[in-house]
Design a binder for this molecule. Structure first.
Ligand code: IPE
Ligand code: IPE
Ligand code: MG
Length: 246
């Protein structure tokens, strides 16, 4: 009999740091934006396969708070791509019952992107097949600062008791409020770091790093990551015997 940790489980929440677009393009002697464009095709494919196999929450790190420091031309190219992605994918999201959410400082995004985003979030609000979180202008530390600020305000107001603050209170004040923590966190592109992504939520995520650049990360590579996840034993601090019940 299979050990209980080796069932073919579909992780409930998969989070991905979509890295390596720039190097993918540079390796082909093309401008970085060419890599970002190719990366959009991977986004389409991964959203589709995630929905197909029954992932309930998919979080994609598309733009970090630190990415604002890139050259203006790259930032504006990324914003244009984002807008056209949202415009062209809305129908597919509705057809596939995908609810769109945004994690991040939406007010820092250009107004035209913000309005398309707002509309797509509103239009897909009653979809229940899968939640797609786009992390845009997202930073884990900034998210925590926002949560602490909001909790401090509520404590002063009297609607929260500072002495009784719990981990759940913190989770409830993050962009991911009401969602489960990621089970599997994938980073493509070969770097082994979190780059300010889901610092609180990823505390027990299984980490999966691959050299594959994001534009080359497609259905098969995603399924490989899930297969690897299924070979891991998640112990959450317990012993292996406790987990298997032996
Ligand atoms: C990830 O690819 C996409 C964004 C950060 C927007 P990069 O643009 O970081 O690609 P590399 O890391 O330079 O190859
Ligand atoms: C992380 O990638 C952010 C996204 C994928 C959106 P970066 O390329 O910005 O990360 P660093 O700078 O290599 O840590
Ligand atoms: Mg990068």
């Amino acid at each position: 009999m299979d050990a209980p940790d080796q069932h073919n489980l579909v992780p409930r929440h998969v989070a991905i740091i979509m890295d390596g677009n720039g190097r993918w393009a540079e390796e082909r002697h093309r401008p970085r934006l060419f890599g970002h464009k190719a990366g959009v095709e991977s986004v389409r494919e991964i959203v589709e396969v995630a929905r197909e196999i029954g992932v309930a929450f998919l979080t994609l790190y598309a733009f970090s708070t630190e990415n604002w420091n890139r050259p203006n031309l790259e930032v504006s190219g990324l914003m244009t791509l984002l807008k056209s992605y949202l415009q062209s994918e809305l129908r597919t999201m509705l057809r596939n019952d995908i609810r769109l959410r945004c994690l991040g400082e939406q007010d820092r995004l250009p107004e035209d992107v913000r309005s398309v985003l707002r509309q797509a979030i509103a239009d897909t609000n009653s979809c229940r097949g899968m939640t797609l979180n786009l992390a845009l202008s997202y930073g884990g530390r900034s998210e925590l600062v926002g949560a602490v600020r909001e909790m401090a305000r509520k404590c002063l107001e009297g609607s929260l008791d500072w002495n009784a603050l719990s981990e759940t209170d913190i989770s409830d004040h993050l962009f991911t409020a009401g969602q489960p923590d990621p089970d599997l966190l994938i980073r493509t592109g070969g770097e082994h770091r979190l780059s300010n992504f889901l610092l609180w939520q990823a505390s027990y995520a299984e980490l999966y790093f691959t050299e594959i650049r994001w534009p080359d990360f497609r259905k098969q590579q995603f399924l490989d990551a899930i297969q690897t996840f299924n070979l891991r034993q998640r112990r959450f601090g317990r012993t292996g015997a406790q987990v298997t019940g032996e």
